[in-house]
Structure formats: C-alpha cells, structure tokens
Write a protein that binds this ligand. Structure first.
Ligand code: PEP
Ligand code: MN
Length: 361
C-alpha cells in the first residue's frame, strides 16, 4: 500500500505546531476505509494528526455506534503507514484502558461526555498515571463551568498536556448550524486558560460541507491554534456524519484557501496605527458608559414616578415600540438586528432592575 511517511515527531512536538490540523473520519468503519482515508490524508502533507471515532456516542439509538475495540489495531496500522499520531474519543474507563493498551497518542473527551461530571471523573480516574495529551470538547450545552470542570478533573488526574476543542452547542430547532458556535464562550475559555491549546471543530459546528470553510476561517481569524476537521475516503457513504465530511483532497483544498493569520507582528507602523484606533475605541466605550449611566438615572426617575402613581414597571407596548424603532434605525446604521435585539434586551433588563430597586426602596 502506498503511503507518505511523515517524519515522526514526538507527540509534544506535534502539539506545538501552529496551526495544528487534526483530521480523519467521524468513525472508523472498516480497516480498508481507515487505511485509505489515512494514506490519502498523509499524502496531502497538511495534517498533523489522525482522528477516528471507535466508540460513537449517538444521540438516538439505532444508528452506527462505532466499531469498538477491534478498530484500534486499524489505527495502529494507519499510524505505522503514515507516521502520523492517532487520536480517539473515550467516554468510559474501559475505553480509556483499550485506547492506552493500543498505544493511542492522544484521546479526546466528547461533547456528550464533558456534559456529565460522573463520566468525566470516570475517564479521569482511568487516565491516572498515563502520560498522553487529552483534548476536551465543549459540553453540548453552553455551560462554560462544565467545560472548566472537565479540564480540572483531567488535570487533577495528573494529565500534563490538555487541549480544548470548540465544537459548538446544541439548541432546539433548526438553525444555520448543527451546533451553534457561540464564539464568545470559546473566547472566554481562551481568556481563562490562555496556556491551553484551543482547536476549532468546524465539522460538528457546521453539520454540512458548504459552510465548513467559513467556520474554519472564522476560528483562525479569532486566533484558534488549529482545527479538527472530519475527512473520509467516501464521505457520501460514511456510516456517521456523512453530510459534514469531505474527502482528504477536498480537505487539502479547503486548508489551502484559509488565510492563516498570526497573533502579532513586530511592525511598529502596524502597532502605532492599531494603538490609535484602540484609543478611539476606548474613548467611545467611555462615552457609551456615561450615556448608559445617564439613561439609568432617567430610569430611576421614571421608577419613582410610576411608584407614586401605582403603575407597573413593564409596559409591553412601549417596549415593542422602542425595539422596532431601534432595529430599523440600527440596520440603517450598519448594526445587525441580532446585535440590536441583544443590546436592547440587556439595556432594558438593567433599566427594569433600576426601576425595581426604586419601587422597593
Ligand atoms: C466526533 O468527534 O465525531 C463527535 C462525536 O464529536 P462531538 O463529541 O463533538 O459530538
Ligand atoms: Mn462526527
């Protein structure tokens, strides 16, 4: 079998690479599928680590739930042929044992596991004493404390190298994304754990091929350290997540089109220009704060007035009027409806709280 042997690096060296690209099928299905996908991935020369799901936590029963432990030797074989390190998802102590027994280089904790502290603790306990990096996906619900809790549990088990994978958050009903990215949560994790590797998983965020590149580009624009993207030798016939997988060759094209950005530069000109613009931003933020404070002082007066006249705080008609007008004006001013609604909701809530304090005084 033809394979492109990549110069073997230690796993810690691999994880230092920027951008770090992890790819492979959603699920290992057959030996031939794993080997074909892995050799084609290696041939692109653009991927640093292979991934494949061996045990698949599926939302509903009846779909393919993973090939199980017998798939691990296929990954060993893929590693031997390509020189690329291999990563699998683990969710139970037995799975950790098997992954370690078959020398997986990296394991990751999936979104449906991060959500459950019992499961994360079981995985952490099974990992105790092991010396391999562990990547932790965000929980399926937008709860950053759970994500942090998983990091803490794995760290407490003595795991030295931990990374984060942002794969989006589930929500009810159809949206543009399979899992809403809620970028601010990933950014907040980066702020809390600046030293941890942070990967983006555009495959599970997108759930489809046509927006993969946009999501990946956005992650790179936001200074993520790399990507975990699913690729498959025959995506249309994949046993899981068919719609979001791409061939290794398509993956290479996608990566070629990404504009890779760096976090910083030495250019003094750039820094001078940026500083100037940032000063303007700081100045405007101060002004906005002053204006908001003035607005709340008026809310206090309104609260006092409503109180003495025995009137309720919330008057829905008035609020709808404000919101409609704001959205119309905002759109003309280049502000998205989504932002205006969020902004006015926040301002409105603060105003209600002010009036409530006055009424209860
Ligand atoms: C996967 O990586 O195939 C997977 C199951 O991901 P997640 O845990 O993000 O749903
Ligand atoms: Mn998948």
């Amino acid at each position: 079998m033809e394979a492109t042997q990549v110069h073997p690096r230690s796993i810690s060296e691999t994880l230092q690479k920027r951008p770090l690209i992890v790819s492979g099928p959603c699920s290992a299905e057959t030996e031939a599928q794993v080997i074909d996908t892995a050799t084609r991935i290696a041939k692109t020369g653009k991927v640093d680590m292979l991934r494949a799901g061996i045990w698949k936590p599926r939302t509903r029963p009846g779909s393919f739930e993973g090939i199980g432990t017998k798939g691990l030797p296929w990954l060993q074989q893929a590693k031997k042929l390509t020189g690329l390190p291999v990563a699998v998802e683990v969710a139970t102590a037995k799975q950790v044992e098997d992954a370690l027994h078959f020398d997986m280089d990296v394991v990751w904790v999936g979104a449906r596991t991060t959500v459950n502290p019992f499961s994360v603790q079981e995985v952490a306990d099974a990992l105790r004493g092991a010396d391999l990096p562990v990547l932790i996906k965000n929980p399926i619900n937008p709860d950053i404390e759970l994500w942090m809790g998983a990091v803490e549990r794995i760290a407490k088990a003595g795991i030295k190298v931990i990374g984060l994978i942002h794969r989006g958050f589930s929500s009810y009903g159809n949206t543009e994304y399979r899992n809403a990215p809620m970028w601010h949560l990933a950014i907040e994790m980066k702020r809390r754990y600046p030293e941890l590797l942070l990967l983006n998983d555009p495959s599970h965020i997108s759930g489809r091929r046509d927006i993969l590149a946009d999501v990946a580009q956005k992650a790179i624009n936001l200074d993520f350290d790399g990507l975990m993207i699913e690729s498959h030798n025959d995506p249309d016939n994949a046993w899981s997540d068919a719609k979001q997988q791409v061939t290794p060759e398509r993956l290479a094209e996608l990566l070629d089109h990404i504009i890779w950005r760096k976090e910083d530069t030495n250019s003094q000109e750039f820094h001078a220009a940026l500083d100037k613009l940032r000063q303007q931003i700081d100045h405007l933020d101060d002004e906005l704060m002053q204006l908001l404070s003035q607005r709340m002082k008026i809310a206090d007066k309104i609260g006092a007035y409503k109180k003495s006249n025995g009137i309720t705080i919330l008057q829905t008609n008035r609020w709808n009027e404000i919101l409609d007008k704001a959205v119309r004006k905002g759109e003309k001013a280049g502000l998205s409806k989504e932002f205006i609604v969020k902004y006015f909701d926040a301002v409105h809530m603060e105003s209600i709280n002010h009036q409530n304090n006055v009424m209860n005084d």
